[in-house]
Design a protein around this ligand. Structure first.
Ligand code: LLP
Length: 418
């Protein structure tokens, strides 16, 4: 039997999908406060080692209201750019609650974080040297490549032998030379092996490698193991969740043992992004056309890859629910179809070869698990307007948390129109 996620978790809390689109426009990103908070809490409670901090990886979703909720739940955050630092500060995060994980940044960008007193990690010897020039005598972190990667697609595996990220473990001697040259202290070591694993074995293996490197430094304040915790994108088929309780127990024991040997209450961190935000969001759109072309059935919607690019970027699977006249469709005659958007490319396919209840114009299409790398990777391609975002609060009330783009937004940066 198919499991319908929104029914299962009472996602809309009595709100009408039709009404939401009428009020905020289609397509629309709809978030659940309840689910977002639940995922934050699961991560905060992952290990029972007392010096453990979750830094939310905001590249996943940096909506200001969601960031404030994450902070309320006790999360810190990692940032990948001055823009992310800027937004985090607007959401109330203090410099000590932000970890800047830089990659190939300019001197200006690195200085932006240093001047604010934000912990900064560099991921090459040349950037470590740059850090030393900019902040001699300072404290710095390095991102190492622990040699083991994981992820749902080659494009998101960020450790191992095919990636631009991290300092290889053989270079530790050179790291020490640069630290000495500038009187730097190595404050932290971090890693991120990639995005989306459903069993924790690679994470643990890579963490062991990183801890072996960490042992070679005396003054560390933290070791950060990165994100990558997966979510089940195939819930309708009953895909199991990542066993985080079991994982957390074993991982916590390993960390406790290591800290005992290191003889210091060192801080351990992880950087989940997707796990926190993905399942808290449904992307809702409208069917505007249905047609059959040379034997393929197309459902033409306003859900182009400008709105959610994961399917065309990584062949990602997002489940679909269909609604008609304010109700979810769970029975009827079916057809195998491609759900496509309104962008001028044949690759503009949101969901391929799906068995759907025969769709009609004005039906609504809901795309599951859209909260991670959804809006944050949306664009104005074809001069389309990025959607609004709304939050369904725990009490069922609905709050606009980002307005929809306007046509004026499309010309905002043209000096000759100022
Ligand atoms: N830490 C660092 C340094 C990262 O680069 C990332 C993600 C994370 C943490 C969070 O990883 P997560 O827990 O979300 O897996 N756009 C792709 C994923 C790109 C991941 C980039 N880095 C997607 O839609 O699948």
């Amino acid at each position: 039997m198919t499991i319908y996620y929104t029914q299962n978790v009472d996602f809309y809390k009595g709100n009408s999908t039709e009404q939401l689109l009428k009020e905020f426009g289609s397509p629309l990103y709809i978030y659940s406060e309840e689910i977002f908070r639940k995922r934050c809490r699961e991560m905060v409670g992952l290990v029972d080692y007392p010096h453990y901090k979750v830094t939310y990886s905001i590249k996943t979703n940096s909506n200001l209201t969601l960031l404030k909720i994450a902070r309320e739940e006790g999360l810190h955050a990692d940032a990948m750019s001055p823009g992310e630092i800027f937004v985090l500060e607007k959401a109330g995060f203090k410099p000590h609650e932000i970890f800047y994980i830089s990659n190939n940044v300019s001197e200006e960008e690195m200085k932006y974080a240093i001047d604010k007193g934000i912990d900064t990690s560099v991921d090459s010897l040349s950037q470590l040297d740059m850090y030393g020039r900019l902040n001699p005598g300072g404290k710095v972190a390095i991102r190492i490549n622990p040699g083991v990667g994981a992820g749902h697609h080659a494009k998101v595996i960020t450790a191992g032998d095919k990636t631009k990220f991290g300092i290889n473990t053989e270079c530790i001697g050179k790291v020490k030379e640069i630290l000495k040259k500038y009187g730097l202290t190595l404050k932290g070591i971090n890693q991120h092996i990639g995005s989306l694993f459903m069993d924790g074995s690679k994470y643990v293996e890579s963490a062991k490698n990183t801890l072996n490197v960490a042992k070679q430094f005396d003054d560390l304040e933290f070791v950060d193991f990165g994100g990558g915790f997966g979510i089940p994108y195939r819930k309708q088929e009953g895909q199991p969740r990542l066993e985080i309780a079991e994982f957390g127990k074993n991982f916590g024991e390993m960390l406790r043992e290591w800290a005992k040997e290191y003889k210091k209450d060192i801080l351990f961190r992880s950087e989940p992004g997707r796990y926190i935000s993905a399942e808290s969001c449904i992307l809702l759109g409208t069917v505007h056309a249905v047609k059959e072309n040379h034997g393929t059935f197309f459902v033409g919607t306003d859900l182009g890859f400008n709105v959610l690019s994961r399917p065309i970027m990584y062949d990602s699977h997002h489940e679909i629910e269909q609604y008609r006249d304010g109700k979810i469709i769970t029975a009827g005659e079916t057809v195998t179809a491609n759900v496509v958007g309104n962008i001028c490319e044949s690759g503009d396919i949101m969901a391929k070869d799906r068995v759907l209840f025969i769709p009609k114009e004005k039906d609504l299409i809901a795309v599951m698990d859209a909260g991670a790398y959804g809006y944050s990777m949306a664009s104005n391609y074809n001069n389309r307007l990025r959607p609004a975002e709304v939050l369904i609060n725990t009490d069922g009330s609905v709050q606009l948390i980002r307005r929809r783009d306007t046509l004026e937004d499309l010309i905002r940066n043209f000096p000759d129109l100022a």
